[in-house]
Design a protein around this ligand. Structure first.
Ligand SMILES: [Zn+2]
Length: 122
């Protein structure tokens, strides 16, 4: 273990940069990122929904401030909270999904032989 030559270490670095299929050694592989895409979509929907729900609660509270306040405050609140909630949820979902892709699912897919495997280098 302690007699690694410089050439050997250099080759290991190259192998890390270019992941290959463990079955056919083809470099033609792609990341599927299924959970990341799904997580981002679910997070965006959940975030937007909760953002709108919060904004609608704010609009109901605005009833005390008069009809004009409800319309202006409600519309602006729904749009802003929806966008912020959606973006936050999407980012959180993508992050969670990426972790699932990396640790649980076979995220790498070989385009040459169709073999799916887990990328442990990233
Ligand atoms: Zn392959």
């Amino acid at each position: 273990m302690h007699d690694l030559t410089l050439e050997h270490e250099w080759n290991e670095d190259i192998a890390d940069i270019t992941p290959r299929c463990p079955k056919c050694q083809s470099p033609e592989i792609e990341a599927r990122n299924i959970a990341r895409r799904l997580g981002g979509a679910i997070g965006a929907i959940a975030g937007t929904t909760s953002g709108i729900a919060l904004a609608l609660t704010g609009a109901e509270m605005g009833l005390f401030a008069g009809p004009v306040g409800v319309v202006l405050g409600g519309v602006a609140g729904v749009v802003i909270d929806g966008i912020v909630g959606g973006a936050t949820g999407c980012a959180a979902g993508s992050k969670l999904g990426a972790a699932i892709d990396r640790n649980i699912l076979h995220n790498q897919h070989c385009r040459n032989c169709g073999h799916a495997f887990t990328d442990k280098s990233s």
